[in-house]
Design a protein around this ligand. Structure first.
Ligand code: MG
Length: 397
């Protein structure tokens, strides 16, 4: 092993491996299949409610970076659809470029990799997902080598725990969804979000029933799943305000900055946006337009470098941060929690209960969600490590 003190290098990346993980689930994400919905031969289904494609199982891309020191950094990126694309970008394009780099240059490496494809127009999508997973693994290795947590590396710990909001009520009927909401309140959770994509009785009826069920003092929010034109969205959200809506999420199509801004100005509750954007470049015009009151960065898309920069930008624009939580084996969730712990203006972190709790079995380390709060991972890097059970679910490409 080289003595890196001579060169001021902490370590050098010697190998990068990627794994597609495929975990079967009994009930598809967003709840049971509805009329006209079916799983195709490749294992995907299209939700009629929001015209989006979802896998019938939980898919993820896990990344392992090993240093010359022998230490290992773990990362994970968004693998919800066609994870093979992300794996190919990493294995064939990015991993060879990263060999020999010092993981303590994590943010610099992220910028360098972004530059490789920017003039070809790769500003987002699968390319940035690949960067996100590598970035998390790189920061984790940085933490393993220094013995410091990502929270410390980002500037310090501001939260000992994070309030969690319950995301989604995956049951077939409104009555069952109300019962499930009451169950969560009984477990100590103070905030619940429902999904317009599966509100068959109408969004207002769903909100009214949920408020009636949980009573006052519980934050209720709605995910509108990019379904509405701006004026329609304003009219609808105003009808939800008498039921004390906490925030309205993603009412208009993701590209529609003007529509998002009109909605933000036309309603009396915060507009929450951002789960699909990956860089400060995508966030900046929305901040400048004052298009949202809450941002929802997804670290599986952004990686730690951009997540932290987006978070600082939110602080500069006096905007709250409620990080998004997608289908994660726990690795990018851990990255999100330890990165969020360094940020101000964080009323909640999203909690995908149907995924997070089950997947705790795949990682070792302190992390959990109970009584309305996340327990934050502890220790170097992202704080949790995958255990061997995760590798029983590797999909062969
Ligand atoms: Mg959403």
């Amino acid at each position: 092993m080289k003595d890196h003190r001579m060169t001021n290098r902490l370590d050098a990346i010697t190998s990068i491996e990627t794994f597609i993980i495929d975990i079967p689930r009994e009930v598809p994400y967003l709840g049971p299949l509805r009329e006209g919905e079916s799983v195709n031969a490749k294992g995907y289904l299209v939700r009629k409610g929001n015209r989006s494609i979802y896998p019938a199982s939980d898919l993820s891309v896990v990344i392992k970076i090993t240093g010359e020191s022998g230490k290992v950094g773990w990362g994970e990126t968004y693998g919800i659809a066609a994870p093979e694309a992300v794996k190919a970008i990493i294995d064939n394009l990015l991993a060879p470029v990263m060999l020999g780099r010092d993981p303590s240059d994590a943010a610099v490496i992220h910028e360098d990799l972004y530059d490789l494809m920017r003039v070809r127009g790769f500003f987002g999508g699968y390319y940035l997902d690949a960067l996100a997973g590598l970035d998390i693994a790189c920061w984790d290795l940085f933490g393993q080598v220094t013995g410091l947590s990502v929270t410390q590396l980002l500037g310090g710990k501001r939260h000992d725990r994070l309030p969690a909001y319950v995301s989604g009520l995956p049951r077939a009927t409104l009555k069952e969804r109300c019962d499930l909401a009451v169950e969560w309140v009984g477990k100590g959770f103070k905030a619940i979000k429902f999904a317009a994509a599966v509100s068959d009785d109408g969004v207002v009826a769903e909100m009214a029933a949920l408020r009636e069920a949980v009573g006052d003092g519980i934050h209720l929010m709605v995910d509108l799943h990019w379904k509405f034109e701006a004026s329609e969205a304003i009219r609808l959200i105003r009808k939800l305000e008498p039921y004390d809506l906490y925030f309205a999420e993603a009412p208009c199509q993701p590209e529609d900055i003007e529509g998002q801004t009109r909605v933000a100005r036309g309603i009396g509750v915060p507009l929450a946006l951002g789960e699909e954007w990956r860089t400060t470049y995508e966030y900046r015009p929305r901040f400048e337009a004052r298009a949202m009151g809450i941002i929802q960065p997804e670290i599986g898309h952004t990686g730690i470098t951009e997540f932290a920069r987006i978070g600082v930008m939110a602080q500069a624009f006096h905007t709250n941060i409620i990080p998004h939580a997608s289908i994660s084996l726990g690795l990018f969730m851990a990255a999100s929690l330890v990165s969020t712990a360094a940020l101000q203006r964080v009323p909640y972190h999203e909690y995908q209960h149907s995924v997070f709790d089950r997947n705790l079995a795949f990682t070792d380390g302190v992390m959990g969600c109970a009584d309305g709060y996340y327990t934050l991972p502890e220790g170097p890097g992202i704080g949790v490590r995958p255990n061997d059970s995760i590798f029983n679910y590797i999909r062969k490409v």
